[in-house]
Every structure is written in structure tokens, then in C-alpha cells.
Design a protein around this ligand. Sequence first.
Ligand SMILES: Cc1ncc(COP(=O)(O)O)c(C=O)c1O
Length: 402
Amino acid sequence: MVAQASRLKNVRYDIRGPVLRRAQELEAAGHRILKLNLGNPAPWGLNTPEPIVADMVQHLGDAEGYSDARGIYSARVAVAQYYQTLGVKNVQPDDVFLGNGVSELIVMSLQALLNTGDEVLVPSPDYPLWTGAVTLCGGRPVHYRCDESLGWEPDLEHLAAQITPNTRAMVIINPNNPTGAVYSREILLGMLDIARRHDLLVLADEIYDKILYDDAKHECAAALAPDLLVITMSGLSKAYRAAGFRSGWMAISGPTGTATEYLEGVQLLANMRLCPNVPAQHAVQTALGGFQSINTLIRPGGRLYEQRNHAYNKINAIPGVDAVQPRGALYLFARLDPEVHKIRDDQKLIIDLLEQELMLLSHGTGFNLPTPDHIRLVFLAPVDVLDDATDRLHRFLETYRQ
Ligand SMILES: Cc1ncc(COP(=O)(O)O)c(C=O)c1O
């Protein structure tokens, strides 16, 4: 018998757990499942821009060997320059680490930081890899509340009240998955001030920084707090629709001299995985420079803009369902009014929906929301598919009882 490591016992990643397994069983039995559960643009015809693919192909011959453990120089220069243009001070190519997606860098940055029992402030709801990775690294995720009635902006009072002598870092996911919130400058300054007062490392996941709707403006946390150690993360998966390339980066800014040991730890971990996927690194410079095709998708008439509006209108028309309009990212996080839909187990709701309507959404508690009254829908699909999806949800909720 081979037993599982006890360190995995409390690691949860439910959005890819039992629900996905059930979907795979149904597919294996020949059913076609409508999957609106993943922020994966390419399968919906939102493809990687051609010049990015061409650049990678062009460089395949140079990409056979390992690269510098942090990543190739040209890509690190491009990332450093990108953050310089956003107003981040003192970020140089040597402050940039490339990774196999932001996912790898989330684990790496926490693994180098945490001792058993150290606490990390994570938003609720969150992108659940953050909570899972803190636990995996021996830390304790402590959730701070984001307030639905304030467009899902973090509740600063609640955030400050979660701090203990064991708190080491604050995670900021902005624009946010799953809520679609884009934080105001005022809220971000408030969060950064709390980090400043308690000497916390700031981990800023800004992977959706270019996916913004209407007049939403993204503020880069590192630019607002040059005096704080901030690790800003982003990559090619979303704005450049290249999730399968597995390419992301982190840029470390602020008083790096105060964190020499920690940063040596990050370098050690980067060395131990030898280097990130090299072909995809060649796409980074082209992606960050020149024409930004994402801008045509997010403005009126663009697919993401129109799909966001459509999904929002359709979902809010279902009795007992309401969602805050997303101002960024790719997700609609809808509330099922507990007065109308008395849901005790939202994972069961999602499995029942899957079995009855052959459609896969995600349950709110999978994003570390404490109450079982939310579901997440990804609006990457074209409007006719979103129509079909919201019709299925409407029909299901009409008769569903727990
Ligand atoms: C907020 C957030 N961070 C990180 C990731 C992981 O991205 P990557 O593909 O770069 O690993 C995702 C993916 O959905 C995400 O939503």
C-alpha cells in the first residue's frame, strides 16, 4: 500500500476535485458536457495572437537547452520594462523570475517563505490555488472578507482584524477571480498601508491586469507602494490566451536588501527546477511589446465585453439569482438568494446540475467562500452558448430543492 503524504491532508482544490471527476465519468459514458468552469480561452476560439505563436516557433531551435534558472534575459528585460512603464521603481531584469505559469510561482514564492504555522492573508473568495499552496507549504491561510455589497472590494476592517504575530504575507488578487472586482486606488492604498504597518510581504496576483471593462482602471500594487517588498505575478495565460504554453513571471520590487535570505531561497527553488519551459519564454517579449489584441476584445463590440454583458443580463434575469457586474477578468460570481434557493451543499448543487443539465459550473465554497450560496460561471463562450447555459441553469433552478 502506498499512503499519501500527510502534508496533503488539508490541501483543498475542490474546483478540480469531485465535480470534475464526475464530469469525466459522464464524458467517458458518452455525454457531451457544456463546460463553463475553466478560465481557458483557447478552446472557445479565443486564440493566442499569431505573432506570439510565430515567435515561439521561430525560436524553437534555440530552445532545446536549459535556460538561466530565472528565465531568458530578453524575456526578463521585457517584464522589467513593462513594470517600469506602470511606475514600479527599481525593477530590473535580475528581479524577474519566469515560471511555468503563475501557478508554479505561487508555490515557489510561498515555499521559500513559510515555516509551520506562519499565516498568510488570503481573500475570501479567492483563486483557490492560493489557499491550497499556503497549506501545502505548512502555512495557515487566514481569509479576509471581500464585501459583495461593495462590489466585492476587500473589507479593510476585517482584513486588519485578521493580523496576528504569525502573519507573514498578504495576497492581493486584482482584478479578482472569481468575483471580477477591480479594486479602487483607495482600497488598495488601505490594504498596502496595513501591510506596511505589520511588515508583511505583499503577493500581488495581477494576471488579469489587462482584462478590464467599462471605465475600470487597474492599479498596480507595486507602483503604489515602492517602500514595500511586493512580488507581482502575471503571465501569458489570460490576456494573451496562451494558457497551455505555461508561461508566467514574477517581478520583485521594493526594499529587496531587507529580504536577501528570502530571495536566496527563491533562487534556490528556481535552480532546483532547473528552468521554466524555454520555448514559451520566447513568446514573452513579443507578447508584452507592440499591439495588444486583448484591447479589441474588451471594448464594446469585442467578444469578451459582449459576452460579459450577455452573461450578466441573462443570469440576473433568473429568479433568485443576482450577480455583481464584473469589471475585470473572465468570471461571473452569482449569488443564489437563500430565501429562494435553500442550498446547504453547493458542491452537491453543482454535481446535480451536471447530471441533470450536462453543464459544469463551479461552486462558491470551492473558492473558500464560507457560505454555500454562490456559483461561478466563466463567460469565455460565445453568446449563443451562454444563452443555452443560462437557460439550462434557469430550468434546473425552477425545480431544484435540497
Ligand atoms: C487569479 C489567478 N492566478 C493565477 C492563475 C494561474 O495562471 P497560470 O496559467 O499562469 O498558472 C489563475 C488561473 O486561472 C488565476 O485565475
